[in-house]
Design a protein around this ligand. Structure first.
Ligand code: ADP
Ligand code: MG
Ligand code: MG
Ligand code: MG
Ligand code: MG
Length: 442
């Protein structure tokens, strides 16, 4: 059941809440908080709380900086790790301009717009993310290291299951906050973990991803560990991805499932795949938005490099898991958890809808190991590559009108500006690898 403003008022009183954090996400996926006391809750629920938008990166300039927060009562939740007395709760907010119109630079609004477009076509998007992360030790000064508990257990007397304890606590906390946890396990790399929660509609899932990252970091800290969603913290071992499992429903029925079709995959599913593949290179700028993201998208670590789809193996960009009926879904394997979940879901959905509208037929499924093919074989099968770095990805975004439209001019322009600067800062640095490689050689 969806909570109303009245429910929120009553719950806050019943549960002894004293502080409420009003949360929203900036363009780069960073969670922002404005803390208020329960005495201001009414004002907040009425959307009368103002903040200075110019203090948020990628939002607005000083002269147009008065913005309003409108809390979504459905997102009310109490933080289980805070004291019962004088408790702390949060509300996720939409952002409005002073004139009462929605702020187009608000990532949540960007996603809502594409969700509405799907709605007009009769579709609801469901998404289940699989976010991976590393748990690292902190040094004596409390600074994060890249030493994992697995390896640290070697040297000092740290129990080997320090990370397992932290993960168990994360799962319990998330459950108390209304998450339905489907699985949680150690990943392939030392110190790497995955926690999967049940799919929901796109907006709910994007809210949950934002919450998830913040809960995982908070609980890790309480265990003396540092959790990072950085895509590739250590060279030579697997990076952290965030596969996005996606499906559409129509009138409550899975729109990808067709019992009569080959592989029981309906036209809608194929067109959705066609749209995702067509826009994959531009989408990557949003789903893999950091310089470091592209250190993960290399061969040898189960991360995708080539743009193909398959129902059999896990090497291509898009996998269609074997489950059918209501569970029919496609899994996009490129995204990583450094993405802004609102923007990432918005561009994926937009690409899929474009596929459906324009009946974009994907190439046939590729069930062979693409990494073992020659370049000619890949060319014959029309299998292209994902962008190899942030610069290339951003250039693809610039060329893709459909994906630009999904972001809207405000977010697109600010994103582009920021990513060009990020790339330039990286490009002009002299990295340790270069010194090692060239300092004595030349
Ligand atoms: P994998 O086999 O890739 O490791 P997981 O079991 O870890 O997959 O995660 C599967 C994810 O897909 C879960 O979040 C699950 O809730 C989600 N999922 C299941 N059915 C659907 C569906 N119909 N639409 C979208 N997501 C779904
Ligand atoms: Mg998984
Ligand atoms: Mg699994
Ligand atoms: Mg995994
Ligand atoms: Mg997966």
């Amino acid at each position: 059941a969806q909570l109303t403003n009245d429910d929120v008022r009553n719950l806050a009183k019943e549960m002894g809440v004293k502080f409420i954090r009003l949360q929203f996400t900036d363009i780069f996926g960073v969670l922002k908080n404005v803390s208020i006391t329960v005495e201001q809750l009414d004002k907040a629920l009425n959307g009368e709380l103002m903040f200075d938008g110019s203090s948020i990166e990628g939002f607005v300039r000083i002269e147009e900086s008065d913005m309003y927060l409108r809390p979504d009562p459905a997102t009310f939740v109490v933080f289980p790790w805070r004291p019962r007395d004088g408790g702390v709760a949060r509300l996720i907010c939409d952002i409005y301009n002073a004139d009462g119109t929605p702020f187009t630079g608000d990532p949540r609004y960007v996603l809502k717009r594409v969700v509405a477009e799907a709605g007009e076509m009769g579709y609801v998007m469901n998404v289940g993310p699989e976010a991976e992360f590393f748990l690292f030790h902190v040094d004596n000064d409390g600074r994060p290291t890249t030493v994992t508990h697995d390896r640290a257990g070697y040297f000092d007397l740290t129990p080997v299951d320090l990370g397992e304890d932290a993960r168990r606590d994360m799962v319990l906390t998330l459950e108390q906050m209304g998450f339905e946890i489907e699985a949680s396990h150690h990943e392939v790399a030392p110190g790497q973990h995955e926690i999967d929660f049940k799919y929901a509609d796109a907006l709910d899932t994007a809210d949950k991803v934002a919450t998830f990252k913040f809960v995982v970091r908070t609980i890790a800290q309480r265990h003396g560990l540092h959790a990072t969603f950085m895509p590739k913290p250590i060279f030579g071992i697997a990076g952290s991805g965030m596969h996005l499992n996606q499906s559409l429903t129509r009138n409550g029925m899975n729109a990808f499932y067709d019992p009569e079709a080959p592989q029981q995959l309906g036209e809608t599913a194929l067109y959705y795949i066609g749209g995702l593949l067509k826009h994959a290179r531009a989408i990557t700028a949003v789903t893999n938005p950091t310089v470091n993201s592209y250190k993960r998208l290399v061969s040898g670590y189960e991360a995708p490099v080539y743009m193909a789809w398959s129902s059999r193996n896990r090497s291509p960009l898009i996998r269609v898991p074997a489950k059918r009926g209501q569970s029919t879904r496609i899994e996009l394997r490129s995204p990583d958890p450094s993405c802004n979940p609102y923007l990432a879901l918005a561009v994926c959905l937009k690409a899929g809808l474009d596929g459906i509208k324009n009946r974009i037929q994907p190439p046939g499924p590729c069930d062979r190991n693409i990494y073992e093919m020659t370049e000619e074989e890949r060319a014959q099968l029309d299998i292209g590559c994902l962008p190899v770095n942030l610069h290339e990805a951003v250039r693809e975004l610039v060329k893709d009108g459909v994906i630009k439209e999904a972001l809207g001019p405000h977010v697109y322009n600010r994103f582009l500006e920021a990513k060009d600067i990020e790339w330039d800062r990286y490009r002009t640095q002299v990295h340790p690898w270069e010194l090692e490689e060239y300092l004595t050689k030349y």
